[in-house]
Design a binder for this molecule. Structure first.
Ligand code: OGA
Ligand code: MN
Length: 287
């Protein structure tokens, strides 16, 4: 095997050893990383002192890259990279509270991303961990009644809803008319069948899912709240403690994540993210 894998504790996450992304990576190694990604949902690679171009090149092995609807967060020199930094870096404005709620990335898109690859550039000495939860395990642990209740149902996902929540909390400027016109709600199956593994995962998230289609509002709200609480129980969670030059890559369809607090005024925390386009989920479901 071209790489070596180490399980991170009892969780679904694996650390990839023996790979240096600052040099050439051969096809056999890439194939092994891809397989490991589907097998574990989350891979950690430590000590990757890579340039922006290398980050982008590595990410492109897995598919086309997707940019974010808020262009202010994209690195001007490399718009394939989203900058999450409390100080701002490379011409990007500081971002307060990026991802500090349970979510998977951009599920409000018609075709949600397949995955994200996050590179920690500057990380605080304490705090600022990222929590990840295993949505395969969360689905499998549901009782049969709940599984039957959500099978075949869809949920509505909305960026508008999330942005307004942040704007009301003073953490985002008021949206522009152009943004408002762009932000359309989308609808996705609550039980997602993974196109590679064929396994089912729970696919709703507190960040962007707003309701269950065809359900009374009170019932929808109660069921979503129950699913969110279920999915973030400690047995499903991995907490990543960042070191500079860590890379964490997650399968966006089978995990959720949440940034945790740190001393914002004392420390810088700067991360670069690439986002990989997914397959249409209807296509994925048929695969
Ligand atoms: C992200 C994200 C959380 C973090 O990169 O998509 O939500 O801890 N990051 O930086
Ligand atoms: Mn995120």
């Amino acid at each position: 095997m071209a790489i070596s894998l180490k399980k991170m504790g009892e969780t679904f996450v694996a650390e990839v050893e023996g790979v240096d992304l600052s040099g050439p990576v051969n096809a056999e190694t890439m194939a092994a990383i891809r397989q490991a990604w589907w097998d574990h949902s989350i891979l950690v690679l430590r000590g990757q002192n890579i340039s922006e171009a290398q980050h982008i090149d590595f990410s492109r092995h897995f598919g086309d890259l997707q940019d974010h609807t808020v262009k202010d967060w994209l690195l001007p020199a490399h718009p394939e990279i989203l900058v999450l930094s409390n100080r701002g870096r490379g011409g990007v404005k500081p971002l307060d509270n990026g991802g500090a709620y349970w979510h998977s990335d951009m599920t409000y898109e018609e075709v949600p991303p397949m995955g994200s690859i996050l590179h920690g550039l500057t990380v605080p000495p304490e705090g600022g961990d990222t929590l990840y939860t295993d949505m395969y395990a969360a689905y499998e642990a549901l009782d049969d009644e709940t599984k039957a209740l959500i099978e075949g149902r869809t949920a509505i996902h909305s960026y508008h809803h999330r942005y307004m929540k942040m704007a009301e909390g003073g953490k985002r400027p008021a949206p522009t008319a152009k943004q408002l016109a762009q932000w359309r709600d989308t609808e996705h199956a609550i039980v997602l069948k993974h196109p590679e593994s064929g396994r089912k995962a729970l696919f709703v998230n507190e960040g962007f899912t707003v309701s269950i289609k065809g359900m009374e509002p009170a019932e929808s709200e109660a069921l979503l709240a129950r699913l969110y609480a279920h999915a973030v129980q400690p047995e499903f969670i991995y907490a990543h403690k960042w070191r500079a030059d860590d890379i964490v890559m997650w399968d966006n369809r089978t995990t959720m994540h949440c940034a945790t607090p740190y001393d914002f005024s004392a420390y810088e925390r700067t991360m670069h993210r690439t986002t990989i386009k997914g397959l249409a989920l209807s296509q994925a479901a048929a695969a």
